[in-house]
Design a protein around this ligand. Structure first.
Ligand code: WQD
Length: 334
């Protein structure tokens, strides 16, 4: 069995990816500092997969700890999720984001080099495109100045990996996620609510659960069909499966580094999401239209030709499934 290190493997996308890796017969080791997760997520993952895995509670910035893992295990590859990911927090505290996200990546790369581990799947984001002029965005769409330090850490991360791979026996796949939402159909894992949600879907489900009083739709005066912003929402299980495909593609690809948009290729507006949520779950959501949120782009959605053709992957779940699974997870949380 091929052994893979998953950094941040107890996190939202990480935990769903561990489930899919185990289903694909990979032997998984997770390192997670529990900064944005809980140790109990490990048991939930194992309940779903029926397989155990080794968990190292630690930080990828701890090079000694990383080294001890690479001495103990002959890894065939690494999937690197461990990073801070809250856009608003990154604006308030840029140093925390540069320190954690950039130094963490460098620590992983230098350890991989030391132990001659060559395959890395990197968690990047559509945020690198900023407000793209032409839609849908392809992987050749120009990368714009990031709207937040979080976005800058993704652009820098991609550049660091490209520079590192140039003269090394090393391959990497950069996955540019669109908007990950939803939860595992078993409702055993999902996005853990830590503080007031920044993102739309946790706010929707917490409002529906009565935890939040009212959802504010940030602006309905955009030049979109219904005036609200459009995003490419992708089910977290579909996103997880894309990582398994990327890992196996690493071995066969001729390039040192390649990049893929991982979205559904479909855009949905905020109001469409709300209406779908209400319809599939048979409930009424308490929301109002408020002012725009600073930094929001009007619309973005992916051209998924490359990931469909080269990785042989496409999203299987639609927005209705995402809303159904998101609500089922929220109800489990209460
Ligand atoms: C989606 C839409 C809001 C909350 C960010 C990061 C991106 C990725 C996903 C990490 C927007 C609207 C939201 C609310 C609202 N994160 N909204 N009321 O901003 O597209 O992307 O999260 O990788 O990198 O940039 O996601 O869910 O915050 O917002 O109307 O209470 O929902 O205005 O149009 P976003 P989001």
């Amino acid at each position: 069995m091929k052994k893979i290190l998953v950094t941040g493997g107890l996190g939202y996308i990480g935990s769903h990816t561990v489930v899919e890796l185990q289903a694909a017969d990979y032997d998984v080791v997770v390192i997670d500092n529990l900064n944005n997760s809980k140790q109990s997520v490990k048991n939930r993952i194992e309940e779903i997969s029926g397989q155990s895995f080794e968990l190292c509670i630690g930080d990828v910035n701890d090079s000694e700890m990383l080294k001890s893992l690479f001495i103990k295990h002959a890894f065939e590859g690494v999937i690197h999720f461990a990073a801070h990911k809250a856009v608003g927090e990154s604006v308030e505290n840029p140093i925390l984001y540069y320190q954690n996200n950039i130094s963490g990546l460098i620590s992983v790369l230098s350890t991989m080099e030391k132990f001659k581990v060559s395959n890395l799947v990197f968690s990047s984001s559509c945020t690198v495109y900023g407000a793209a002029a032409d839609l849908p965005v392809t992987e050749n769409t120009v990368i714009q100045q990031a709207e937040s330090p979080y976005g800058t850490t993704k652009i820098l991360g991609e550049d660091i990996i490209n520079d590192f791979a140039k003269h090394k026996a090393f391959k990497s796949i950069l996955l540019r996620y669109f908007n990950p939402v939803g939860a595992h159909p078993s409702a055993k894992i999902g996005e853990l609510p830590l503080g007031i949600p920044n993102n739309l879907i946790p706010f929707v489900t917490q409002t529906a659960a009565g935890i939040r009083n009212e959802l504010t739709v940030f602006g309905d005066d955009y030049s979109t069909e219904d005036g609200t912003c459009v995003r490419d929402y992708i089910h977290v299980v579909d996103l997880a499966k894309a990582h398994v495909k990327a890992l196996s593609y690493c071995d066969e690809m001729h390039l040192k580094v390649d990049v893929f948009n991982v979205g559904t290729g479909k855009g949905n507006s905020v109001l469409e999401v709300i209406n779908t949520f209400e319809k599939v779950n048979g409930l009424k959501l308490n929301y109002r239209i408020g002012p725009r949120r600073g930094g929001d782009i009007e619309q973005i959605y992916a051209d998924t030709t490359k990931v469909n053709d080269l990785l042989g992957w496409s999203a299987q779940y639609g927005i209705a499934d995402m809303m159904k699974h998101a609500w089922a997870w929220q109800q489990e949380l209460e």
